[in-house]
Design a protein. Structure first.
Length: 322
């Protein structure tokens, strides 16, 4: 989803790629493949000599197809055409799949995740969907080959979940081409395909949500797992004594407020991690951790308490923290 603003995500750093710990690279030589998609960067790390370059053309094509279908920043995308339609209409299989996942997440999160908040995001200066009515995810429905809407002013924004799906597809593509041990990073969301060349889990660092600080946490990413982070980060501004970020609280129809600065979610697939990271942040300081506990989600919440950074851990996240 091409953007003309910084990525909505918080960031996870690749310790396994020796970006923060050069000594790790000396233990087992790695190579890195870099690219650009959805207004952000992607990278793949694996053992030296794997020939990662042969992945790039296929990945570029994959990401281009996803961008053409689900980018709200493009007037010619399928999702932009849906947003100006009267009742909705036909949609491709991937867009239907991601929309269905988004609507299920909206239900499971009791509306904390809402894929119809695009006009609110734009109203506060963070998104491109400038026309549209009040959000109401219940007004969208997925039918065979179609996505329908109950009101013609409803819009669809999948940026809170589609990048995770793109990462899952990239991981599957790499596996199908015979790569067994890689770490894939798409704009700060990571997926572990196998293990680090040294034979251990990949190690990643959660960025501190406040500038000028070392990593807030380090975790090992078990093979077959993904992690995503949502937070304020670069996508925020301060007016008076309030920080306004890009993640909307559908209950208040304004940016989520409070001391919560980032949420990292560990899941078996990146789309799940991506969507729940957004939902838990939008749910807020108290409801976010409560929702994570109710749903059994492995999540790390970081709060700015003024002089210190407070952490809340839910689910099995403590088992992967180092």
């Amino acid at each position: 989803m091409q953007r003309h603003h910084p990525s909505r995500r918080g960031f996870i750093g690749l310790l396994g790629a020796a970006l923060a710990c050069p000594s790790i690279a000396r233990a087992a030589s790695t190579e890195t493949l870099l690219g650009y998609a959805f207004g952000t960067t992607w990278r793949i790390v694996g053992a030296a000599g794997l020939g990662l370059d042969r992945l790039k053309p296929t990945l570029d094509a994959l990401f281009a197809d996803i961008d053409a279908e689900m980018s709200p920043w493009r007037s010619d995308s399928a999702i932009s055409r849906f947003n100006v339609s009267v009742n909705g209409g036909e949609a491709g299989a991937e867009m239907i799949r991601v929309t269905g996942a988004a609507l299920q997440l909206a239900k499971d999160s009791e509306g904390a995740f809402d894929p119809t908040v695009g006009p609110l995001v734009a109203r506060f200066g963070f998104g491109p969907i400038e026309r549209g009515g009040a959000p109401d995810w219940r007004g969208l429905s997925v039918e065979t080959g179609h996505i329908m809407k109950a009101r013609d002013d409803l819009t669809l924004d999948l940026c809170g979940i589609a990048k995770g799906r793109a990462l899952d597809q990239a991981t599957g593509l790499a596996r199908s081409l015979g790569f067994d041990d890689l770490l894939l990073d798409l704009g700060g969301e990571l997926s572990a395909l196998g293990r680090h060349p040294a034979g251990r889990d990949w190690q990643v660092a959660a960025e501190h949500p406040l500038t000028g600080h070392m990593a807030a946490a380090i975790l090992h990413l078990p093979q077959g797992m993904a992690v995503a982070t949502s937070g304020i980060g670069a996508q925020s501004y301060t007016l008076g004594d309030r920080v306004w970020g890009h993640i909307m609280d559908p209950a208040t129809t304004s940016p989520a407020q409070g001391r919560l600065r980032s949420v990292s979610v560990l899941a078996a697939d990146a789309m799940t991690a991506d969507g729940w990271a957004t939902a838990l942040f939008a749910a807020g300081d108290e409801n976010g951790p409560a929702l994570a506990r109710m749903r059994g989600l492995a999540a790390l919440f970081l709060f700015d308490d003024g002089s210190a950074l407070r952490r809340i851990e839910t689910g099995g996240i403590s088992e992967v923290l180092m």
